[in-house]
Design a protein around this ligand. Structure first.
Ligand code: BTN
Length: 265
């Protein structure tokens, strides 16, 4: 397994006019935590921190995020979008789309988006997103964390049925022992730059693309919304990327966020 080459990523960003300033840490507790601290200390928009390994990687709902050292992509972006904060929730939707584009540019896979913030391949999770806002005297920032399983082949027993990696998801017949994390990292930097550019203009078109890859559409789901368990059939996403859920009583509920979203078989 070769390490990510920060120098090459920085060169490519410069050549391609991408706004990112890339660092690669070897081992770090959490890239999101590191950039939260940097944001509070006034670091500007565009800082990107990859890590080869995290000792205290965090997922949503205080879950741990476990990645295999040197095998996956662990990265956080420090964003200070110029757009109104009311639009910042769109960033997760755009980032999920960016992850799909990056994967598709590089590999013969067709990722889907499991609302609100997971990317799936072959019906299993390959990527989770964690967006966190930072309020400090240095201003508001958003830290976008991405954990993408690239070459891992072992998952904790609780995830064994639901998680996969890009390598494991490759079509049968494609002989490959290791996927190129450096190439994927560069695709991710490019795709995130393009998609985040749609925060104010072009968001509805982005949602249209997300709809075409929406893993939950048509499925019966359970989820936790506003602290309550909810059950229904997913109809679609609305123009804001919110989930339209048909409830058993025939009414339709729009969810702007939810936790623990799972398909009911
Ligand atoms: C989830 O699916 O629960 C979100 C997982 C987010 C994991 C990433 S890995 C990089 C960044 N640093 C963290 O501590 N978490 C995010």
């Amino acid at each position: 397994m070769s390490d990510l080459n920060a120098k090459l990523l920085r060169q490519e960003c410069e050549q391609q006019g991408l706004e990112w300033r890339v660092e690669v840490a070897d081992e770090i507790p959490s890239t999101n935590d590191a950039l939260r601290q940097a944001a509070a200390a006034g670091a500007p928009h565009g800082q990107v921190l990859f890590a080869e390994s995290q000792s205290a990687g965090r997922g949503r709902r205080d879950n741990r995020w476990i990645s295999s050292r040197g095998r996956d992509l662990i990265v956080s972006f420090l964003l200070r979008p110029a757009a109104s904060m009311s639009l910042w929730p769109r960033i997760t939707t755009l980032a999920a789309l960016g992850v799909c584009h990056a994967i598709e540019e590089e590999l013969p896979l067709r990722p889907t988006i499991k609302w609100p913030n997971d990317v799936y391949v072959n019906g299993r999770k390959v990527c989770g997103l964690l967006a966190e806002t930072v309020h400090s005297p240095a201003g508001q920032a958003l830290i976008l964390g991405i954990g993408l399983n690239v070459n891992s082949h072992e998952f904790p027993p609780t995830l064994a049925e639901t998680a996969t990696s890009l390598l494991q998801a490759m079509p049968a017949g494609v002989q490959v022992r290791e996927l190129d994390r450096q190439a994927l990292a560069l695709q991710l930097l490019k795709a995130l730059s393009v998609q985040l550019g749609r925060l104010e203009n072009g968001f509805e078109e982005a949602v249209q693309e997300v709809r075409q890859r929406a893993w939950l559409t048509g499925k019966q789901i359970r989820a936790t919304a506003d602290g309550l368990e909810i059950f229904g059939r997913v109809l679609d996403l609305d123009h804001e990327g919110h989930l339209q859920l048909a409830l058993p009583d025939g009414s339709v509920r729009i969810l702007s966020s939810a936790d623990n979203v799972r398909q009911v078989i």
